[in-house]
Design a protein. Structure first.
Length: 195
């Protein structure tokens, strides 16, 4: 059973999920340029799920190569609307456009994890959740955006399901840890068996 982990990310929510599951966690940023890699993957025809898996593996392996004896967790998440990857907004106008595109639509949220040791992947998992956004008026979208800190939105995306973002949805089909970016239902049993 593995109890000590390195999370290849500065994500506060992923760190909290691991701590809440009784793991002794340290964080170390991978330094991966996600935007550049996403562009390359999209150019080569990668699906949103493939993008999440590739980024999770790259982050985990990069940090694992610096901490050869430790178990390193890399994670990534992509928002998939009809097969198209929807990125985090770059500004308020971008956030408004993303919410208009998601409005009254069902999208997929892919959460991928890579477990690495000695610089190489030893296992990986993913979970896909379905979220159906309510039909919102322009005013409701603007009201929501006014309540959310722009810095938070640019960092985590147009909605945070653990906060006000849950009010945007008509239906949420999936595990809350996965929706927040870390599919623990797959990861925890694996780590419990690992030595």
């Amino acid at each position: 059973m593995i109890n000590k982990l390195i999370l290849a990310s500065n994500s506060g929510i992923r760190f909290t999920i691991l701590k809440n599951n009784n793991y002794d966690v340290k964080q170390y940023s991978s330094g991966v340029d996600e935007d550049e890699i996403k562009l390359s993957l999209i150019y080569n025809g990668a699906t949103p799920l493939q993008i999440a898996k590739n980024l999770a593996e790259l982050k985990a392996n990069r940090v694992s190569s610096k901490f050869l004896n430790d178990i390193v967790i890399g994670a990534d998440q992509t928002l998939d609307l009809n097969g198209k990857n929807i990125d985090k907004p770059k500004n308020l106008e971008d956030a408004k456009n993303i919410l208009h595109n998601l409005n009254n639509q069902t999208h997929m949220l892919h959460s991928a994890i890579c477990v690495s040791r000695a610089g190489s992947m030893i296992s990986h998992f993913h979970d896909t959740c379905l979220l159906k956004m309510k039909k919102l008026s322009d005013k409701e979208i603007l009201n929501y955006l006014e309540k959310i800190e722009l810095e938070t939105m640019l960092k985590y995306g147009v909605y945070q399901i653990e906060g006000l973002g849950k009010n945007l949805f008509e239906k949420i089909d999936g595990d809350i840890d996965s929706i927040q970016g870390l599919p623990m239902k797959q990861l925890k049993p694996y780590l419990d068996k690992l030595s």
